[in-house]
Design a protein around this ligand. Structure first.
Ligand SMILES: O=C(O)CCC(=O)C(=O)O
Length: 266
């Protein structure tokens, strides 16, 4: 029997475009993910986006870098909720660690689907951004902010390409910004929320929800693991970006056992 959520929560997801399930993963599972993330954060390579001071900010393709993180993508609670909400099997289009360093970069307002559609040729927004909190996320350590209900607006960002980006393969080349004028219209219509929860909480967000995060000026750690999954009938069709940004493997994620993370060797 696959893991499912209460139908009222599924309705909330459809209405707001996201839900947060507090402490969906237990402290032991979070411990396994923290150890894997620590290793991945130490890796150097083109998939690591750094702060000005050299500390890692975002590490793309985390599920390609550590078996514990590829297992997370097959965790039965994650796979079960995605299949319930989307009604179809899913594959990982993109994954990343966001280490949100103290005093580090903001993440400007965006919709994940904007780039996936325009650059990677993902046809439809039939997918979910899964966010797994490795630390307690509170009002102060730069929680994700989101415009509830904004997914019904379609793609609202303006496209521009950075032709002088240093590395033409990197994410920075593609900018899809949401203007402040557009933001103020969205916020006056839908409001704005921030998403908090204890370590182990998992957010499921429609890939068209407008979201972002501000700077973390606290010393409180706020590491979030992201898995963007799409339905297997909604695959990327353009391969301009490397695999760590846009999937080549469209195989359906099959749910692993309940103890999949804790049973793995450290
Ligand atoms: O974790 C954050 O601060 C925001 C990350 C985000 O919005 C994203 O990766 O799509």
């Amino acid at each position: 029997m696959s893991y499912t959520i209460d139908p009222a929560l599924a309705d909330e997801y459809r209405r707001k475009g996201y839900i947060c399930l507090p402490a969906l993963l237990d402290p032991q599972e979070v411990g396994v993910l923290k150890a894997a993330t620590e290793r991945v954060i130490g890796i150097d390579g083109p998939q690591v986006m750094r702060e000005r001071n050299g500390l890692p900010h975002v590490i793309y393709g985390m599920h390609l870098l550590d078996p514990r993180l590829s297992t997370l993508a097959r965790h039965p609670r994650l796979v079960g909720v995605c299949e319930q909400l989307l009604g179809k099997p899913v594959y990982v289009h993109q994954s990343r660690v966001n280490a949100k360093q103290t005093g580090g970069a903001i993440v400007n307002w965006h919709q994940d689907f904007g780039t996936y559609h325009r650059v990677d040729g993902v046809p439809r927004p039939d997918g979910i951004m899964i966010a797994v909190f490795l630390n307690d996320v509170n009002d102060y350590n730069a929680p994700l902010m989101a415009v509830p209900g904004s997914h019904v607006e379609g793609v609202v960002s303006e496209a521009s390409t950075e032709t002088d980006a240093e590395d033409r393969d990197r994410a920075s080349k593609y900018r899809y910004d949401i203007t402040m004028e557009r933001m103020s219209g969205l916020i006056s219509r839908y409001g704005l929320e921030h998403i908090t929860g204890p370590a182990g909480s998992v957010v499921f967000m429609n890939m068209q929800v407008v979201h972002g995060s501000t700077v973390n000026i606290t010393p409180l750690q706020r590491v979030i693991l992201y898995l963007n999954v799409c339905t297997t009938d909604n695959c990327g069709t353009a391969f301009r970006r490397p695999e760590y940004l846009a999937a080549r493997d469209f195989n359906a994620l099959t749910a692993a056992g309940e103890d999949c993370l804790t049973a793995l060797p450290a």
